[in-house]
Write a protein that binds this ligand. Structure first.
Ligand SMILES: O=C[C@H](O)[C@H](O)[C@H](O)COP(=O)(O)O
Length: 235
């Protein structure tokens, strides 16, 4: 990861702070870009900002707790005013691939429940068409081998040329288990002709808990650069 890339991520997070208001309930994203946002938010909290936050992963919960960012249990959340999160790919319609860090299930639940989702990313995440980044699909352990075969067939039926589906493993080569207790299939598509149609098909497969296609959830996409950030708004 180059220094420029980190500066670009940080500048995107700085721009996202503009959307934070006192008294908000804020969804905290997961990943190396979202980490900058949590750190900036912690600085503002230390200066008196009053916010209540909900985390999208155990990793982010630990980060927020270590920085003194106040977290509340999801059961106490009536409304999430703002969620700030990263992405693995962002296309020109603001559609996303997420889940590179295996956090997609809680991320999508929180993004979908939020009044406003702001995505922060460096320029390397911008694509004309989604699919170069392997699409994460979260599946229940029960029946996962059959579910993987059905996911493969759905990718082929969706016009993906020669897809490859692999189970995500840890460094120790065990099957990765998500915060939700599920497995992740990484679907190597190269190019997804119709992300919205594929998203609907994947959601209909029994055993698929969630997938990393975020369609119509990001209202704002902030792309950091070395001098600042560019903001894209989607209705
Ligand atoms: O599962 C992880 C999330 O979807 C992340 O937001 C995504 O992978 C981007 O992470 P990063 O900002 O580290 O590239």
């Amino acid at each position: 990861m180059g220094m420029a890339n980190e500066l670009e991520k940080e500048n995107a997070a700085i721009a996202a702070m503009e959307y934070v208001e006192d008294g908000m309930t804020i969804g905290l994203g997961t990943g190396s870009t979202a980490k900058y946002f949590v750190e900036l938010l912690a600085d503002e909290v230390a200066d008196g900002l009053v916010v209540r936050c909900i985390e999208t992963s155990e990793q982010t919960r630990r980060l927020a707790e270590s920085l003194g960012v106040p977290l509340i249990p999801f059961e106490q959340v009536e409304r999430i005013h703002l969620t700030v999160d990263g992405a693995d790919e962002v296309d020109e319609q603001g559609q996303l691939i997420k889940g590179g860090g295996a956090a997609l299930l809680r991320e999508k639940i929180i993004a979908n429940a939020s009044d406003h989702m702001v995505v922060i990313a460096d320029p390397s995440k911008q694509v004309e068409r989604l699919g170069v980044f392997p699409l994460p699909v979260e599946v229940t352990p029960f029946g996962y081998t059959i579910t993987a075969k059905i996911v493969y067939d759905v990718l082929v039926a969706s016009g993906i040329d020669k897809p490859r589906v692999s189970l995500r493993r840890t460094q120790g080569q065990e099957l990765l288990v998500t915060d939700g207790g599920n497995y992740i299939l990484d679907c190597h598509c190269e190019r997804i002709p119709d992300a919205e149609a594929l998203a609907a098909r994947l959601s209909n497969i029994p055993g698929v808990v969630e997938h990393g296609l975020f369609i119509g959830l990001a209202r704002t996409v902030i792309i950091g650069n070395e001098n600042g950030a560019t903001v894209f708004e989607f209705s």
